[in-house]
Design a protein around this ligand. Structure first.
Ligand SMILES: C[C@H](O)[C@@H](O)[C@@H](O)[C@H](O)C(=O)O
Ligand SMILES: [Mg+2]
Length: 437
């Protein structure tokens, strides 16, 4: 079957999460978790669903960018796209007029992510496999053919990428079975958003410990005394052997970051996430160097806009944890490049998730990473946030603080139509209520 694309629609879907301070951090005090939600229709009735994540205002700008890319898909068949996926990725990212808007960064790249996520979903559905399994079953040559190596060959060549994938075939079957049984380890960020009170933090942390969570992330960066109090509280609750991470969401200058984190080091965080501007590679390198003696690593990636940036972070030893994001990078294609580079540089990948739909999507990528690339769980875990899963047709399944591999065909990116209609901005019922208050 050809699965020829007949139309692409995109909708502005917003959830009023800021009302309860869910998702709040030192830079984003009122996030309304939102998505530019894409649906691709084909002539045989099969549909592909994709999204990119936003924080509310400005989602309409992403919608315009998606609409600008849409003609590049019209009339093409799925086969035509995936048989030269590298070429199609390049077509989308290198349009000679639209690339001026990026290239491969900002709103236009978020749009690329949303569109290509829908194409990957369509492909996995056409193959009747969850996306992670589609990737796991793909031949290394076919996987490599999805990646645009332009700008990264000084760090990773196509031959090296192929070699990594071929070598990792050993033990692959066993790792797949292990994932089916145990799932992929996760950590939770749901207990300690910056806008939560100490009491709320204590209650959520107590509940999470009961549910079997052992790894916790706390938001920091607005006020040092508050941070010390909150980190002490959570460290006392989780005990010395559980894992604590801290996340400043880009709040500091480089020296300030070093000073601030040094004074939180007694609480033994595994990493400080986004200490400074996500574009400051040398700044992150300086912070990494200064904090290494204290046993604190640097993590970043949720706003690292493309593979070229990740390449330089890795080359400059500027990060110790790579946080890929399913909706920031150019979909699976670009994420594959980053997973393979991280493996070459021997830096663990701990994906960014949460938001709306990010857990649903990125679990597929990290399962693939373990089964077919890294073959290691050392210092590795995938973020989990307990919001908005009920709006998806195949929500994540967490068992004992592990992501259980999705079974439904696709990229787990389809939202319930009723949720989309209710949350569409500004005409959905949820927004009519809020906007008219
Ligand atoms: C605004 C968002 O909730 C962020 O705070 C969130 O993505 C966060 O950085 C995270 O690491 O989960
Ligand atoms: Mg973060």
């Amino acid at each position: 079957m050809s699965h020829r694309i007949t139309s692409l629609t995109v909708r502005d879907v917003r959830f009023p999460t800021s009302l309860e301070q869910h998702g709040s951090d030192a830079m984003h005090s009122d996030p309304d978790y939102s998505a530019a939600y894409v649906v691709i229709d084909t002539d045989c009735g099969l549909r592909g669903f994709g999204l990119t994540f936003t924080l509310g205002k400005g989602t309409e700008i992403v919608l315009s960018a998606v609409e600008a890319l849409a003609p590049l898909l019209a009339g093409r068949s799925l086969q035509e796209i995936v048989s030269d996926f590298r070429g199609f990725y390049r077509l989308l990212t290198s349009d000679s007029q639209m690339r001026w808007l990026g290239p491969e960064k900002g709103v236009i790249h978020l749009a690329t992510a949303a569109v290509l996520n829908a194409v990957w979903d369509l492909w996995a559905r056409a193959e009747r496999k969850p996306l992670w399994k589609l990737l796991v079953d793909m031949d290394p040559k076919q996987l490599v053919a999805c990646i645009d190596f332009r700008y990264i060959t000084d760090a990773l060549t196509e031959e090296e990428a192929l070699d990594i994938l071929v070598k990792a075939r050993e033990g692959k079957q066993h790792r797949e079975e292990q994932m089916m049984k145990e799932g992929y380890p996760a950590y939770t960020t749901s207990c300690a958003w910056l806008g939560y009170s100490d009491q709320q933090l204590q209650q959520l942390c107590t509940d999470a410990l009961k549910e079997g969570w052992t790894k916790f992330k706390v938001k920091v960066g607005a006020d040092l005394d508050d941070d010390r109090r909150r980190c002490r509280l959570i460290r006392q609750m989780i005990g010395p052997s559980n894992t604590l991470m801290i996340d400043a969401n880009q709040r500091w200058d480089v020296d300030e970051a070093i000073r601030w984190v040094s004074s939180l080091a007694e609480f033994k965080p595994l990493w400080i996430e986004e200490p400074t501007s996500p574009d400051d590679i040398l700044g992150h390198a300086a912070i990494s160097k200064a904090l290494a003696p204290l046993g604190v690593g640097v993590a970043t990636g949720e706003q690292c806009h493309n593979r070229v940036m990740f390449k330089q972070f890795l080359q400059a030893s500027a990060l110790q944890f790579v946080q890929i994001d399913s909706c920031r990078l150019g979909s699976v294609n670009e994420n594959l490049a980053v997973l393979l580079m991280a493996h070459k540089f021997q830096v663990p990948v701990c994906p960014h998730a949460g938001g709306v739909g990010l857990c649903e999507l990125v679990q597929h990528l990290i399962l693939f990473d373990y089964i077919c690339v890294s073959a290691s769980l050392h210092n590795r875990m995938c973020e989990y946030v307990d919001h908005l899963h009920e709006h998806f047709t195949s929500p994540v399944v967490i068992r004992d603080a592990h992501y259980m591999p999705p079974k439904d065909p696709g990229y787990s990116s389809e939202m319930l139509e009723s949720s989309v209609t209710r949350h569409q901005y500004p005409e959905g019922d949820v927004w009519k209520q809020h906007l008219h208050k």
